[in-house]
Design a protein. Structure first.
Lengths: 752, 213
C-alpha cells in the first residue's frame, strides 16, 4: 500500500526530486508491474516519507532565508516554489496520519514537525510576511494540518504555540488582505475546539488561567493585562523581542481575533466570525468563559453593537410600527428573498424599518450568546449591556425632553422585552426597568420614571407606557410581576386575619380557611385542589362582581358572561403552564411570623409591610388610582388599565388572586381592591346618571358607540359622557373579572 | 536513526517540580533556571543503548497544572514508562503523589513502568521530604525510586535509562506485546521487514545488524 503510494508520489513529483541523486526513471516505473515492486523495495527501498518532508522543508526554508536577506523588494510568493513545498509537506503529513494509530508513539513525520519546530518557523515567516504573501499560504497549510491531524496532536506545544502566534497575527491588523484565510483558519480551529473542548485551554494565556503567578516561574507574566494590538516589533526574527511581545499580548487572542473579523466588510466573514464566537462562548471548560468575560472585549463589543444600532434608528421612525417588525434572524438571509416571508408584506416598508431590523439582529445575537454562555460570561454580557446600552442610550432616550423621542424608545423598549428570550438577559432588562433601586447619582429608577410616564400627560405616552407595563407583565417568567406586584402582596397584609376569625360569614368560607392550613393531605399523583384559587363560595364571588353595576344601570340585558368564560379558561391554562416553574404557593395563608414570609417577600417590601399596614406598592397603587378615576379618564386609558388588571388577575398566585378576585375576604382597614374601588365608583356616578331622564337611551347609545362600531364618535362631550363610558367599562370589566374567577375555579377544580 | 525499539514515556507530577527541566537535561544536557509553564504537552526524543541495542525514547512532558489535567490524561494511554516527579523542597508535591498515581493507574495500561523521582536534590538545605519517605512510598506502591537534580544532572541519565531497562526486561519476559503500539512500544524499522515471519520471541528478534545507511 505505502509502496504504491510512494511510487505514485515519485511519478508525480519527479521534477522536484531531480536534484536529489535518487534516480527513478518515470518511464520505467510506468511499465513495471506490481510484481516488481517488492523487488524494487529490496533493491532501492522507497525513501521514507519523512525524508520527503525534510527535503521540502529544507527547500522552503532556504527560499525564505534568502528572502529575509533580500535587499530591496522581496520576491512575491508566486515567484517561489514555497506554495508547492507547503502543499507537498501537507500531503506527507496527511498520508502518514491515515496510517497512524492514535495514542501510540509519534510517527516520523509528526516527530520531525514537532522536533524541528517547523510550524514555529513558518509562523515567523508568516508574521514577517516574507516572501510577500507567504502568510496567506501558511494559513492555508495550517487549515490543512488542522483538518487532517487528530485533535490530540494539537496538545503539543510545538504545534499549538505557532497556531497561537498565527491567531495573534490576525488580532493585529483590521481589514487585513488575508481576511478570508484568517477566518478559515480561525473557524477550523474553533471546529477542533468543538470536537475537543480541552484544546481551548491552550489558547488562553497562562496568567489568565492560573489567576496569578504563584511561583517564580515567569515573573514577566505579572505585567498588567493591557491588550495591545499595535506594538509590532520591527525585527521579528529576534527571539527576545518576540518573547517580550508575547508577554504583553491579550489573554484570549482567539476571541480578540474573531472580534476583529466581526468588523469585516465582507458580511460572510463577519457572519462566520460571529458564529465562531457563539461556539467559543458555549465551551464549558475550566475558566474559559470567565476569561472571555474578564479579559476580552466581547461583552463590550455586544453592548457597543446595540448602541450603534440604536443610534442609527432615524428619529422619524413611526413607533407604532416597531411592534410588528419580525425579530427573527432573517437579516442574514435577506439576500435570498423567499416568497414565504409574509410578515414583510404585511408591515411593508417604512422609514427606519431597516435600522430596526438591524438593531433586532444584534439584540438577537446578544440574546443567543447570553443563552449559550457559561455562567460568568452570560452575566458579564448582561452587566455590560446594562451599563453601556440600557443605562446609557436607552435611559437617555426614555428620559429625554422630547416627546417623540420618548415615544419611539418606549416602543423600542417594549420590542426589546418581547424579542429577548435567554433568562439572564430577560431578567437583566426587566429588573433594570422594574427594580426599586436606590436613586443613584440623582437619577431616579427606571421604575419610577415609567410609572410617572403612565400618570402624566401627554396622553399618547401614557397609553404607550401602560402598554409597556402590559408587555412586562405578560413576559413569561417575568421578574416584573415579582418586583412590581408579588413583593407587596406576599405578606397578605391586605387581609385582616383577626377580624376574619370572628366574622366567618358563611360555612363554606370557614371550611376553606381550615382547608388551607391542612398540609400534606394530598391525593398522590394530582396536586391538591387550591382552596384559594378554587374557593367553595365561588358563586358568591361571581355574583358579587356581576352585581357591582346595579340592574337599572346596565346597558344590555344580555348576559354575556359566558362569552368571557371561554377566553378566560383558555388564557388561564396558558398562564398556568408558563408559571408552573415558579414554585408559587398554592394557598394564601397569613405567615405565622413575619420572618416566615421571606420565601416570596423581598426585603424591599418589608418596611412597608411592617406594622401590618398594607401597601400595595407603587404599581398596584397606580392601578387603583386609575380605577378610581375611570369616570374622569379617556376611554382608551381605561381599557388599558382594565386590561392590565385582568392580566394580573389571571396569574395563578394565591395572594394576588385573593387580593384581586375575592370580594368575600375580610380586608384590613383602608385597603383598596378592584371590587371595592369599582363599587365605590359606581355608587358615585349612580346618582348623577339616574337623574337624567334619557339615561337608559344614553347608555345604549354609548354602548353602541364604544362596542358596536369602529366609527369615530364626535368629541362634543360633557362631564356625563365620560361617566356613561366608565359605566360601560365597569359593566364589562366586572364580567371579565367574574369570568376569570370562575375559569380559575373550574380549571383548578379539574386539575388542569 | 535506526533503532531496535521505540519506547514512549510520559513525565507527570505537580506544576513546578521540574518536569520540563528533567527532559531538557536528558535531551539537551543543559539546565534552564527559568522555564515557561508547560501548556498542553512538550515533546523530546533521545537514543540510548541497552544491551548493545539502540533504543529510542519519545518523551512527553505534560503540564502539571490542574487546568490541563484532562489533556494530560489522554497521554497516559499508550505510554510504556512514566516518570512521576515531586519536588523534595515542597511537601505538598509529595502529598499529591497518591492522586497522580491513581490517575496514572486508571488511565494507563497495567504494565506501564512507573519511576518515582524526587527532584531538586541539589537543594538539600531546603529539603522538606526525606529520602526515606520517597523510598517508603515507592516500596509501598511497587515503584522504582530515585532522587535527581535537573540542575546538576545527578541521576537524570539513570532515571530515564533505568526505566528503559525495566521496560526492556519486561519485553524479554514477554510481558509487553510489542506489536500493539498502544502499549507505547514499537519495534524499530529494520525489525519489521515486509515479510515479518519472526514473531516468536519478540525480544530476541535480532537488532544486531543495526547498521543501516
Amino acid at each position: 500500500m505505502s509502496c504504491t503510494e510512494i511510487f505514485g508520489f515519485v511519478l508525480s513529483d519527479t521534477l522536484c526530486r531531480a536534484n536529489r541523486g535518487r534516480k527513478h526513471d518515470p518511464v520505467m516505473f510506468s511499465r513495471i508491474s506490481d510484481a516488481l515492486q517488492a523487488a524494487a523495495d529490496v533493491i532501492a527501498p522507497p525513501c521514507p516519507r519523512v525524508e520527503d518532508l525534510r527535503y521540502h522543508w529544507t527547500q522552503l526554508s532556504f527560499v525564505c532565508q534568502r528572502c529575509q536577506h533580500y535587499d530591496g523588494q522581496p520576491p512575491a510568493i508566486e515567484e517561489t516554489h514555497v506554495p508547492r513545498h507547503l502543499s507537498q509537506m501537507l500531503k506527507m503529513l496527511v498520508a502518514e496520519e491515515r496510517e497512524q494509530c492514535i495514542g501510540g508513539p509519534l510517527s516520523p513525520c509528526m516527530e520531525y514537525l514537532v522536533q524541528e519546530k517547523v510550524l514555529a518557523a513558518l509562523a515567523l515567516h508568516a508574521r514577517a510576511d516574507r516572501p510577500l504573501g507567504i502568510r496567506q499560504h501558511v494559513y492555508i497549510f495550517l487549515v490543512g494540518v488542522l483538518n487532517h491531524l487528530h485533535h490530540t496532536h494539537l496538545h503539543h506545544a510545538p504545534i499549538h504555540k505557532p497556531l497561537q502566534v498565527m491567531v495573534r497575527i490576525s488580532c493585529e491588523t483590521r481589514a487585513s488582505p488575508y481576511e478570508a484565510e484568517e477566518i478559515e483558519f480561525l473557524s477550523t480551529l474553533c471546529e477542533k475546539i468543538r470536537q475537543d473542548s480541552s484544546i481551548i485551554l491552550l489558547y488562553i494565556q497562562p496568567l489568565a488561567l492560573t489567576g496569578a503567578v504563584s511561583s517564580g516561574y515567569t515573573p514577566e507574566d505579572s505585567l498588567p493585562p493591557t491588550p495591545s494590538h499595535i506594538n509590532m516589533s520591527p525585527n521579528n526574527s529576534d527571539p527576545v523581542s518576540v518573547v517580550a511581545l508575547e508577554k504583553s499580548q491579550p489573554k484570549f487572542p482567539l476571541v480578540d481575533a474573531l472580534l476583529n473579523l466581526c468588523h469585516s466588510a465582507d458580511s460572510q466573514i463577519s457572519a462566520t466570525a460571529h458564529d465562531c464566537l457563539v461556539g467559543i462562548a458555549s465551551v464549558r471548560e475550566g475558566q474559559s468563559s470567565s476569561t472571555i468575560a474578564r479579559y476580552t472585549l466581547l461583552p463590550h463589543y455586544l453592548a457597543t453593537r446595540l448602541v450603534i444600532a440604536t443610534d442609527n434608528i432615524p428619529a422619524d421612525t413611526e413607533p407604532a410600527l416597531i411592534e410588528d417588525v419580525p425579530s427573527s434572524e432573517k437579516v442574514r438571509t435577506e439576500g435570498n428573498e423567499n416568497s414565504d416571508s409574509d410578515d414583510e408584506e404585511v408591515i411593508g416598508e417604512f422609514p427606519g424599518k431597516k435600522e430596526i431590523i438591524l438593531f433586532l439582529h444584534w439584540l438577537t445575537f446578544c440574546d443567543k450568546l447570553v443563552g449559550v454562555s457559561a455562567g460568568a460570561l452570560g452575566s458579564s454580557i448582561c452587566n455590560t449591556v446594562r451599563e453601556v446600552f440600557l443605562d446609557g442610550v436607552l435611559r437617555g432616550n426614555l428620559t429625554s425632553d422630547d416627546e417623540d423621542t420618548i415615544s419611539l424608545y418606549i416602543a423600542l423598549t417594549a420590542k426589546i422585552v418581547t424579542s429577548v428570550s435567554s433568562p439572564l438577559l430577560v431578567n437583566g432588562i426587566i429588573s433594570w426597568l422594574t427594580e426599586d433601586s436606590e436613586d443613584v447619582g440623582g437619577e431616579s429608577s427606571m421604575r419610577h420614571h415609567m410609572l410617572l410616564l403612565c400618570q402624566q400627560p401627554p396622553h399618547h405616552l401614557q397609553i404607550q407606557a401602560l402598554r409597556l407595563l402590559q408587555v412586562l407583565m405578560e413576559k413569561p417568567g417575568s421578574m416584573a410581576v415579582q418586583s412590581l406586584v408579588l413583593n407587596y402582596v406576599a405578606t397578605r397584609a391586605y387581609h385582616d386575619s383577626s377580624a376574619a376569625e370572628h366574622l366567618q360569614s358563611s360555612w363554606s368560607d370557614e371550611e376553606d380557611e381550615r382547608y388551607k392550613h391542612r398540609d400534606g393531605e394530598t391525593s398522590p399523583g394530582s396536586p391538591p385542589i387550591s382552596r384559594t384559587l378554587a374557593p367553595a363560595n365561588i358563586n358568591k364571588i361571581v355574583k358579587s362582581f356581576l352585581t357591582v353595576v346595579p340592574e337599572e344601570l346596565r346597558s344590555t340585558p344580555k348576559d354575556d358572561f359566558e362569552s368571557y368564560m371561554a377566553d378566560a379558561q383558555h388564557q388561564y391554562k396558558d398562564m398556568c403552564r408558563s408559571c408552573s416553574s415558579f414554585g408559587w404557593p398554592r394557598e394564601a395563608v397569613t405567615p405565622e411570623c413575619p420572618s416566615d414570609s421571606s420565601s416570596t417577600a423581598s426585603r424591599e417590601s418589608r418596611p412597608e409591610a411592617e406594622g401590618n399596614t398594607f401597601y400595595e406598592g407603587p404599581f398596584l397603587s397606580m392601578l387603583m388610582d386609575f380605577m378610581e378615576h375611570l369616570p374622569d379618564q379617556d376611554y382608551d386609558i381605561n381599557l388599558q388599565v382594565t386590561s392590565l388588571v385582568a392580566t394580573l388577575a389571571l396569574l395563578p398566585h394565591p395572594h394576588l388572586h385573593e387580593y384581586l378576585l375575592n370580594p368575600t375576604i375580610t380586608l384590613s382597614g383602608g385597603v383598596r381592591t378592584p371590587y371595592t374601588v369599582l363599587s365605590s365608583v359606581v355608587s358615585k356616578i349612580h346618582q348623577p346618571i339616574i337623574e337624567r331622564d334619557d339615561y337608559q337611551d344614553h347608555l345604549k347609545v354609548t354602548r353602541y358607540q364604544l362596542l358596536g362600531t369602529m366609527e369615530e364618535f364626535d368629541f362634543e362631550r360633557d362631564e356625563d359622557d365620560r361617566k356613561f363610558e366608565a359605566l360601560i367599562v365597569i359593566e364589562e370589566f366586572t364580567k371579565e373579572l367574574a369570568s376569570i374567577a370562575y375559569a380559575k375555579y373550574i380549571t383548578e377544580g379539574s386539575g388542569w | 536513526m535506526s533503532y531496535a525499539y521505540l519506547f514512549k514515556y510520559i513525565i507527570i507530577g505537580d506544576t513546578g517540580v521540574g518536569k520540563s527541566c528533567l527532559l531538557l537535561q536528558f535531551t539537551d544536557k543543559r539546565f534552564q533556571p527559568v522555564h515557561d509553564l508547560t501548556i498542553g504537552v512538550e515533546f523530546g526524543a533521545r537514543m540510548i543503548t541497552i544491551d548493545n541495542k539502540q533504543i529510542k525514547l519519545q518523551i512527553w512532558d505534560t503540564a502539571g497544572q490542574e487546568a490541563f489535567r484532562s489533556i494530560t490524561r489522554s497521554y497516559y494511554r499508550g505510554a510504556a514508562g512514566a516518570l512521576l516527579v515531586y519536588d523534595i523542597t515542597r511537601r505538598e508535591t509529595f502529598n499529591h503523589l497518591t492522586q497522580w498515581l491513581e490517575d496514572a493507574r486508571q488511565h494507563s495500561n497495567s504494565n506501564m513502568v512507573i519511576m518515582l523521582i524526587g527532584n531538586k536534590s541539589d537543594l538539600d538545605s531546603r529539603r522538606e521530604v526525606k529520602r526515606e519517605e520517597g523510598e517508603a512510598f515507592a516500596r509501598e506502591h511497587g515503584l522504582v525510586f530515585m532522587e535527581t537534580s535537573a540542575k546538576t544532572a545527578a541521576n537524570v541519565e539513570e532515571a530515564f535509562i533505568n526505566t528503559a531497562r525495566e521496560i526492556y526486561e519486561k519485553i524479554q519476559e514477554g510481558v509487553f506485546d510489542v506489536h500493539n503500539e498502544a502499549n507505547g512500544i514499537k519495534i524499530g524499522p529494520q525489525h519489521s521487514p515486509s515479510g515479518a515471519g519472526l514473531t516468536g520471541n519478540q525480544g530476541a528478534a535480532g537488532g544486531q545488524g543495526g547498521g543501516c545507511c
